[in-house]
Design a protein. Structure first.
Length: 308
């Protein structure tokens, strides 16, 4: 009986509170709550953040974002390059790399994933150079807290191809990381050695089409295969050994069939005198689907001394 009386008393108090509370005050409280629930950028703090931007490249604006590391910086920075067509973006790696104190830039090449323009391999190489130039502009380096002397390229699949080409062309890039890098031109040359030029183009075109072209615009599988045919010699990984032999390199492979080209490249670097080559093979698929933690640990361990 005493318990029922207590409950009745509490219910009465609650009802009285609702009646006595002016509607305007309730509305004001709700208004304040709604306002504070919106995302806000902390003022006067150097917290980790994400900045979005469009990076100019040869008349187009590339969709891009930077995961900015916590702290005043300046921070070493990774440019994370996606593959063909780019379904695996490796943004989990980007978050892990940021937690280790690095900034990470991710962008979509011209003609890929909504970035205007036409996609091609040569455009992709140019786009990496445009991204590097953007990071090095003094106003952008200040805003994003970037140490422009410590910029590293890390690419997955075709992104590894882009890292090799752009890194070889830019001596200021501190190091390159390759995750199941696709030696696009090297593979074409292998096909060429087994048959006619036209057969190699057709085989390359079929392989590219099988990868999926929907996220790419302004290109065809045959056109891209023709482009590779025209650069078969100068885009091979082994042709870039001399330009990269004095810099750290990370070469990670998996059970996806690309290991022979990557092994040949790492061997070439070592024979040329590069004592800063790190290699690792993980028994997994091309996307490293069941080895994400191991992949992250390997990348972070390689990056750690480069941050000093």
């Amino acid at each position: 009986m005493k318990r029922h009386a207590t409950c009745a008393f509490l219910a009465a108090c609650l009802l009285a509170g609702l009646v006595l509370c002016p509607p305007s005050a309730t509305a004001e409280t709700m208004k304040d709550t709604d306002a504070t629930s919106l995302p806000q950028t902390p003022q006067g703090e150097r917290r980790a953040s994400m900045e979005t931007m469009q990076i100019p490249s040869h008349g187009a604006l590339m969709n891009a974002l930077v995961y900015v590391a916590a702290g005043a910086g300046p921070h070493p920075t990774v440019v994370l390059l996606h593959g063909f067509p780019g379904n695996e973006r490796n943004l989990d790696l980007a978050q892990d790399i940021r937690r280790a104190g690095w900034n990470v830039l991710y962008f979509n090449y011209r003609g890929s994933w909504g970035t205007p323009g036409d996609f091609s391999f040569s455009h992709g190489v140019e786009d990496v150079a445009s991204a590097l130039a953007y990071l090095r502009q003094p106003e952008n380096a200040r805003r994003l807290r970037i140490d422009t002397t410590r910029i590293v390229l890390i690419g997955h699949s075709m992104g590894g191809f882009m890292a090799v080409q752009a890194g070889a062309a830019d001596p200021a890039v501190k190091a390159i990381g390759m995750i199941s890098a696709a030696d696009m031109a090297g593979r074409f040359q292998e096909l060429l050695g087994k048959g006619t030029r036209q057969a190699a183009i057709q085989g390359t075109s079929t392989g590219l089409a099988d990868e999926g072209m929907a996220p790419l615009s302004g290109c065809t599988p045959d056109g891209l295969a023709q482009e590779l045919a025209g650069h078969a010699r100068d885009w091979r990984f082994l042709s870039k050994v001399a330009a990269l032999k004095d810099r750290p390199a990370l070469v990670i492979t998996s059970d996806d069939g690309l290991t022979p080209w990557n092994d040949a490249f790492s061997t070439g670097l070592r024979k040329a005198g590069d004592h800063q080559v790190t290699t690792l093979h993980l028994a997994t698929d091309h996307a490293y689907s069941d080895k994400r933690t191991e992949l992250s640990h390997a990348v972070l361990a390689w990056l750690a001394p480069l941050a000093k």
